[in-house]
Each structure stands twice: as C-alpha cells, then as structure tokens.
Write a new protein. Structure first.
Length: 133
C-alpha cells in the first residue's frame, strides 16, 4: 500500500460518563516485509464528531519503529507483554457531570498520506479505548 488511512468511530453513549479514556493504536511490524515506515511519521488523531462537524481534540505525529532515532519529543511505541506494540493516541473525557450529548461520536484516526512511498509489513490489532479514571 502507499496510502494509510484507518478510522474508527464509536458513539459516546457507549462509553461511561464522567470517565477519561486513553486511545491506543495497537500493531505489530513484521520483520520480513516491513518497509516504508522507517523514517516516515504517521499521524494519530482523536476528534469529536457531531451534527455540526468534526472537532479535533488531539493530532500528533509518531514513528512506528521504536529503536530508530527520532526528533526530540516525538513519541515512539512500546512493546506490550503480549508481544504487540502500542502507542497512545491521546485522551478523551466523556460528558461533564453525566451530560452525554446525543449523536456524538469519538473518531480515532491513523494516517500517512503525505508521502506516497510503498509501505508493507504493518499488522493492526486495533485501536483500544481504556478508562484511565
């Protein structure tokens, strides 16, 4: 592939009110076929989507390969006990004082569409939402 664009949306009604969630991109890189991501950052973002549009909460660039050099302050993934890699995408607070609005979705996105080189060897387990409170 040369264009990476993964999105996931979940209704905030499915989440617990008054709870802060962490969103994590969970993946593996295959040794034999991994190419194209070595020095190319991937954009991770979290947005709130409602009837008025998309409202970005956080967007940042990360590198998927943990052992390579990266600019100061650019996050790298960490290996989990189960062998998968994860990197935090950001956090999201559901409702204030139990006020969860109708028709609001939390959208997470993993993108690399600016540099159209061939990419391979990325296995995605998913995007996990975990309560932090």
């Amino acid at each position: 592939m040369c264009w990476l664009d993964i999105k996931r949306a979940i209704s905030t009604k499915s989440l617990s009110p008054n709870t802060t969630y962490g969103a994590y991109f969970v993946f593996k890189l295959t040794d034999a076929n991994y190419t194209g991501f070595e020095s190319v950052p991937v954009k991770l973002s979290i947005s709130e989507v409602d009837e008025t549009g998309r409202h970005p909460i956080v967007t940042h660039s990360v590198y998927l390969k943990p052992q390579e050099e990266s600019p100061e302050g650019v996050p790298r993934p960490a290996e989990r006990e189960d062998g998968w890699m994860e990197i935090e995408m950001g956090t999201y607070k559901v409702g204030v004082d139990g006020d969860v609005r109708e028709n609001v979705f939390l959208e997470t996105s993993v993108r690399q569409t600016e540099i159209l080189n061939w990419k391979s060897g990325l296995l995605m387990q998913g995007i996990e939402l975990r309560p932090l409170d």
